[in-house]
Design a protein around this ligand. Structure first.
Ligand SMILES: Cc1cc2nc3c(=O)[nH]c(=O)nc-3n(C[C@H](O)[C@H](O)[C@H](O)COP(=O)(O)OP(=O)(O)OC[C@H]3O[C@@H](n4cnc5c(N)ncnc54)[C@H](O)[C@@H]3O)c2cc1C
Length: 177
């Protein structure tokens, strides 16, 4: 979750998940998957001991569906996505793109809130108002294996005036007698 969590928060989440009895491997490149000796498959890593596993689940991230725009000859980003300006206009200013297919300032947003903000900006323009898309709140709340995770504001410190505050809160389990 590199968009939502910085290194420190990612480390805290890893600890929480490992407290549940799971082992988390990060920064581990998979070289190949072959037949296992003690389980169905063997994951062979570039830089760590191999791991025998019964099930492999791929989670490969998001890829913008931009085929229609490609066919139409609109400008597409290097790694996909329809290039838009702050008005959400594509390289053809009569055509707008919003949501997960749109590439704004070289960014694809993988959340619904930025799509809604783009939709509002375009709707306002179509109504004759001046409105631009200026980025969106990337705050996220989710539950990961039962662990509550929330990321609020500029988690990656991209706003220059921000100061770093780090606060670890440990909540003790409350029991009723
Ligand atoms: C498993 C999962 C969990 C998620 N959880 C969250 C979450 O908790 N919170 C959150 O904010 N976001 C979440 N997201 C992301 C969120 O779903 C997307 O950011 C959002 O749906 C993007 O909206 P969109 O309208 O841009 O695209 P989509 O919802 O993908 O809609 C695009 C539509 O266009 C259609 N389409 C594509 N090409 C064509 C074509 N040529 N002609 C006609 N139709 C076409 C597609 O079939 C699709 O129906 C999640 C995504 C996934 C996959």
């Amino acid at each position: 979750m590199p968009v939502q969590l910085d290194d420190g928060a990612g480390g805290l989440l890893k600890d929480k998940i490992e407290d549940l009895g799971l082992t988390v491997h990060t920064s581990t490149g998979t070289d190949k998957i072959c037949d296992g000796e003690t389980a169905y498959h063997r994951m062979v890593f570039k830089d760590a001991e191999p791991l025998d596993v019964d099930v492999v689940v791929f989670s490969a991230g998001i890829r913008p569906q931009d085929a229609l725009a490609r066919t139409a000859g609109l400008e597409i980003g290097e790694r996909g996505g329809i290039v838009i300006n702050d008005n959400c206009q594509t390289s053809d200013d009569a055509i707008y793109a919003i949501g997960e297919c749109a590439l704004w300032q070289n960014r694809i947003f993988g959340l619904v809130a930025p799509g809604y903000a783009m939709a509002r900006a375009v709707a306002d323009q179509l109504m004759g108002k001046v409105a631009t898309f200026e980025g969106a709140d990337m705050s996220t709340k989710l539950k990961l294996l039962g662990v509550d995770v929330a990321s609020i504001g500029d988690a990656q410190m991209q706003t220059l005036v921000l100061k770093r505050w780090c606060c670890k809160i440990r909540l003790k389990a409350l029991t009723r007698n």
